[in-house]
Design a binder for this molecule. Structure first.
Ligand code: FES
Length: 107
């Protein structure tokens, strides 16, 4: 592991088919994983507008729609795509090692 990296295995690859998403807890962090056209992305799972889990929403291509007020984010960048979203969400680097999805939690 390179200095400054903090890779953690968070899910099995088979738990995340293409076009699907899943919420995982890593310690006290709530993370959402997405499979967009075979690539794995990870973001914070809590919406930046209020408390809602994005993994309970709807994934359309690379956009996740929040289940509470229909705010949308690009899961590849974490960018909020307009009102009522007040700020972007954090993204995490991902990689696949064997049959496990890992994310880098380094600050
Ligand atoms: S809680 Fe997500 S848009 Fe309001």
């Amino acid at each position: 592991m390179a200095p400054g990296e903090s890779w953690v295995a968070v899910a099995s690859v088979t738990a995340l088919p293409e076009g699907d998403m899943v919420g995982v807890n890593v310690g006290d962090r709530l993370i959402a994983l997405y499979n967009v056209a075979g690539r794995i992305y990870a973001t914070d799972n809590v919406c930046s507008h209020a408390f809602a889990l994005l993994s309970d929403g709807w994934l359309d291509g690379s956009e996740i729609e929040c289940p509470l007020h229909a705010g949308r984010f690009d899961v590849t960048t974490g960018k909020g795509l307009g009102p009522p979203i007040p700020s972007d969400i954090r993204t995490y680097p991902t990689r696949i090692v064997g049959d496990r999805i890992e994310i880098d939690l380094a600050e």
